[in-house]
Each structure stands twice: as structure tokens, then as C-alpha cells.
Design a protein around this ligand. Structure first.
Ligand code: 13P
Ligand code: SF4
Length: 312
């Protein structure tokens, strides 16, 4: 079966839109109506006028799309496509943590469940975390959840002292500092770009730290010819498309595994994308109360981002 052709037909017949994250396999990125980072994808979901949003990404992203577009049918090709970071923050434990820090507001990274979003004052993504944090006065007490690497990085560049939930992304957190140093020695002319979910030791070595979209823009407009890339492998597809004349070297975890393929993102395949569009399932279903409560902190993030011209 020619999945590409069949998916395009279904997309037209059903007035569906395909939103894909940069960590999807190349064929899915190439068939999507929009490919982006978490911030761009949530904005597209909020603006969507399609009857169906097919989310080629992970569960928290499709859930966010449903919260922002509750009357739209939202499909996720594989319901098992979770996220280790979202899973590292169980709602009951987080609620107890909040109780211990009663005078703190909560800023949550979008990589969390809808239940955690309902307990948050504002959401952020890696594309706007610094600006969202800095939109609050310095004296404001803040809990940052669930990524301690991103939270620690924002503390270090903004001089804040946010209390951090102890969660990490299993893909970024194991990127190997020693391998990066060796690659830097081997390629002294290469710049290191890193996602802020990486450990502090990796971020300290980086020439540029940013979200997937920010790294893509940096490598497209910067004048170096070679980059060492510390994030998930899917990003290489757009980097190479945008800058075919440049060389991109992905940071290995070790010689025996390509552990920086996100196992959840990579559950989506063209075949699953096709069947989910054909059968219109699996569908994301959320309780209306959760939608109403989770929408507030996400919309607050989108409002702040628009005011600061981070999105249009
Ligand atoms: P972005 O905000 O850069 O899209 O990152 C999302 C993500 O899951 C990174 O692991
Ligand atoms: Fe979650 Fe990490 Fe995969 Fe991103 S790369 S979806 S944070 S497990």
C-alpha cells in the first residue's frame, strides 16, 4: 500500500490536519501540514479549523491539542506514545509537593499530563520558558515542574531560585558528556547546539541552547559549517533540509545504542497514521472539567508569548 497517497486522500476527504513534532520519522514530517516544536504545535492546535487533528507526536501533545480545541476530534496514532518526563510527575505526589510549598506559584513545562496542568498557574515550553519565568517578579516563589534540567538551566540564566520537581527526559538526560567532549576535540570547527532538557554539564559546553525550532533557526542562520547536535535524532531531517551544505553530527549516547531516538515519538509509523485516520481512533477523550481547568494556564502561556512576540 502507498501510505503517503492514502493518507493524503483521507486528509482531504475528512478535512483533517496533520500536526507533527520534529522528532517524528522523516516520512511523517514530510506529509504533515505543520511540523514544529511544542510551542508552535500548541498554537496551531488552538487555531485549527479542521474537523480532525491527527497528532503525530506524544500523548501530552495530543492532550494539549484537545484542551485547546475541545470540539475537534483529536487522534493519536499510538496511545502508548507517552513521555518519560510527563510520567515522572504523578498527580498525587505533585499535589503533596505543592502542599509543602503553599506560598509558591507553579510553572509547568508543557511535557506533563493534563492533571498536572490543572494544578499549574502557567505552562511553558522550551521555546518560552525563560520569558514565562521572567514575566513574574524576582521575589515571586516558584515551583518549576517536571523537568529539573530545564528548570535548573532557567535558574542559572535568570538568577532565579525556583524549587524544582525531580523529573527528567530519559532521552536527553543520558546524552554523554564524555562523548561530546571527544566530538568537540575531533571537530574543533563545529559548534555544539543542545536542547535544555540535557544535563547542566552538557549545557555548559554548548554554543547554543534552545528548543527544537530555536536550534533549527540557529543552525540555518549561523555562519558555522558544522554542528554537533545534542538532542533527539528526528531534528536532523529538517536541519539537513534547511541547510544541505552544512554537516550535522548527532551526539551518541554510546556505540551500542541509538538511545537518543525517543522510544515514544518513534512509536508512530506511516501505517499507524493511516489506520488511525481511516478508523478515526485512537481518539483523545478528556473530561470537560479537566479541559476547562487545564486550558487556563495554557492560554496564559499563549497570551504572554503573543505579547512578547514569541508567536504571532
Ligand atoms: P520542544 O519544546 O523543543 O518541542 O521539545 C519537546 C520535547 O519533547 C523535547 O524532548
Ligand atoms: Fe518526552 Fe523526552 Fe521523548 Fe521529549 S524526547 S517526548 S521529553 S521522552
Amino acid at each position: 500500500m502507498n501510505y503517503r497517497e492514502e493518507i493524503l486522500k483521507l486528509k482531504k476527504d475528512k478535512n483533517a490536519v496533520i500536526l507533527a513534532h520534529y522528532y517524528q520519522i522523516a516520512e511523517i514530517q514530510d506529509i504533515a501540514d505543520y511540523v514544529g516544536d511544542s510551542l508552535g504545535l500548541s498554537q496551531k492546535a488552538a487555531e485549527s479549523e479542521a474537523d480532525i487533528i491527527v497528532f503525530a507526536g506524544v500523548h501530552f501533545m495530543a492532550e494539549t491539542a484537545k484542551i485547546l480545541s475541545p470540539s475537534t476530534k483529536v487522534l493519536l496514532p499510538d496511545l502508548e506514545a507517552g513521555c518519560s518526563l510527563a510520567d515522572s510527575c504523578p498527580p498525587d505526589e505533585f499535589s503533596a509537593f505543592k502542599e509543602k510549598h503553599k506560598d509558591h506559584i507553579v510553572i509547568s513545562y508543557i511535557n506533563c499530563s493534563a492533571a498536572i496542568k490543572t494544578m499549574s498557574d502557567v505552562i511553558c515550553t522550551s521555546g518560552n520558558a525563560k520569558q514565562i519565568v521572567e514575566s513574574f517578579p524576582k521575589e515571586q516563589n516558584i515551583i518549576f515542574a517536571p523537568d529539573k534540567n530545564l528548570g535548573g538551566y532557567i535558574n542559572s540564566i535568570s538568577g532565579r531560585n525556583m524549587v524544582l520537581w525531580d523529573g527528567t527526559c530519559e532521552v536527553h538526560d543520558i546524552l554523554n558528556t564524555e562523548a561530546i567532549i571527544n566530538l568537540k576535540i575531533e571537530h574543533p570547527d563545529a559548534k555544539l547546539v543542545a536542547h535544555p532538557e540535557c544535563k547542566a554539564q552538557v549545557l555548559e559546553l554548548a554554543d547554543y541552547v534552545g528548543s527544537t525550532t530555536a536550534m533549527l533557526n540557529f543552525t540555518a542562520y549561523d555562519d558555522a559549517k558544522k554542528y554537533i547536535v545534542a538532542t533527539e535524532t528526528g531534528i536532523l531531517h529538517q536541519m539537513r533540509k534547511n541547510s544541505p551544505e552544512k554537516e550535522f553530527i548527532i551526539v551518541p549516547t554510546d556505540e551500542t545504542c541509538s538511545c537518543n531516538d525517543c522510544p515514544y515519538m518513534k512509536l508512530n509509523t506511516m501505517e499507524k497514521l493511516y489506520s488511525c485516520m481511516l478508523d478515526e481512533k485512537p481518539e483523545i477523550i478528556l473530561d470537560n472539567n479537566i479541559i476547562e481547568m487545564a486550558k487556563k494556564p495554557i492560554n496564559k502561556m499563549l497570551d504572554i508569548s503573543r505579547k512578547l512576540n514569541l508567536i504571532k
